[in-house]
Write a protein that binds this ligand. Structure first.
Ligand code: F6P
Length: 359
């Protein structure tokens, strides 16, 4: 058996842990070969770009962020962007990818990705490719798994930043607005905000009223504290307003956000008269060494992916249903995003200790 493996979409700490576990399980438990495909599905198009992976050349990567295989968010083989006669057009190159897999002798494909890459994996499965999906994203927005690796590391990074911003905010009597990632889901903002003692947390699932946010900051200033920390998820939106999106794909899915942190910061400055600074954490949240939790989870996911191939459970995605790592059909995995419940226990707990959500 020869397995292909690729990483697609935005990187997340833990990708290398999955690759390492797949290679070791395939070699040590089943005696199978593994072919690493570079830069997501792009490595299967045109002049293919692959490399044989073995335990010896994947040694020492568990603690490394990023992906040794490279990745891209724009390499969808079903709608591949190429320039024809000076114009950008989209072409369906999925047939080329499948043909190239056959040429390379790849019998089964492991796709490590978020909702976009898993969608592509599902479409390939419908075309007869033996695919296994592994969920990844710092956003933690996949409904079919309890948690995605990368999320805990991102929350640690954002929490560490909040700890640091508290001391400078206090020293200067400032409001610091911190914009974090998460796309349509507020998980990173919610968890980092709670762990990092934020005073206000704004998430896409709870449209905010900026007057309530400023009210909370003024109330704090009068009562005790001349500084405040406001965590804003990049997808946060005001009541009756839209998300601040800079770029969408053809289906309307947000690819890049427009910096809602600055809008929120400016409004707070106007309404409170206080000195406000904005920090956009950005891709720092995607980098760095995976935390211990993500190293273990990614390893378990990698082992399970190879076991699913052995069981012939193609068209499935590895899924964590505590306490076990199991699997779900790919179509279930991509049907709906996992969002924060605005009236759930975690949000309620945060509100009980005085955190304001702009409502
Ligand atoms: O999905 C992960 C994520 O980091 C989002 O939180 C963020 O909106 C997006 O990817 C950024 O993508 P890019 O790396 O293409 O800028």
């Amino acid at each position: 058996m020869r397995i292909g493996i690729l990483t697609g979409g935005g990187d997340a700490p833990g990708l290398n842990g999955v690759i390492r576990a797949v290679v070791r399980t395939a070699h040590m438990k089943f005696g199978w070969e593994v072919i690493g495909i570079f830069d997501g599905f792009e490595g299967l198009l045109g002049k293919t770009n692959t490399k044989k992976l073995a335990p010896w050349n994947t040694r020492g990567i568990l603690s490394r962020g990023g992906t040794i295989l490279g990745t891209t968010s724009r390499g969808n083989p079903f709608a591949f962007k190429i320039t024809e006669r000076g114009k950008q057009v989209e072409k369906d190159l999925s047939g080329t990818a499948i043909k190239n897999m056959k040429k390379l002798g790849i019998e089964a494909l492991i796709v490590i990705g978020g909702d976009g890459s898993l969608n592509i994996a599902h479409r390939l499965a419908q075309k007869g490719v033996k695919v296994i999906g592994v969920p990844k994203t710092i956003d933690n927005d996949l409904r079919a798994t309890h948690i995605t690796f990368g999320f805990r590391t991102a929350v640690e990074t954002a929490t560490d930043a909040l700890d640091k911003l508290h001391t400078t905010a206090e020293s200067h009597h400032r409001v610091i607005v911190v914009e974090v990632m998460g796309r349509y889901a507020g998980w990173i903002a919610l968890e980092a905000g709670m762990a990092g003692s934020a005073d206000v947390i704004l998430i896409p699932e709870i449209p905010y009223d900026i007057a309530r946010v400023s009210g909370k900051i003024i109330e704090r200033k009068k009562a005790c504290c001349s500084s405040s920390i406001v965590v804003v998820s990049e997808g946060a939106r005001p009541v009756g307003g839209e998300m601040a999106v800079l770029e969408k794909d053809a289906s309307g899915y947000a690819l890049r956000f427009a910096g809602i942190g600055n809008t929120v910061g400016e409004a707070i400055r106007r309404q409170t008269g206080m000195d406000v600074r904005v920090t956009v954490l950005g891709h720092v949240q995607r980098g760095g060494s995976p935390c211990a939790y993500d190293r273990i989870l990614s390893t378990r996911y990698g082992v399970k992916a190879v076991e699913l191939i052995a069981e012939g459970k193609f068209g499935h995605m590895v899924s964590y249903k505590p306490p076990a790592v199991t699997s779900v059909p790919l179509e279930k995995a991509i049907e709906k995003l996992k969002l924060v419940d605005p009236d759930g226990e975690v949000v309620k707990a945060a509100e009980s200790i005085g955190i304001n959500f702009g409502r």
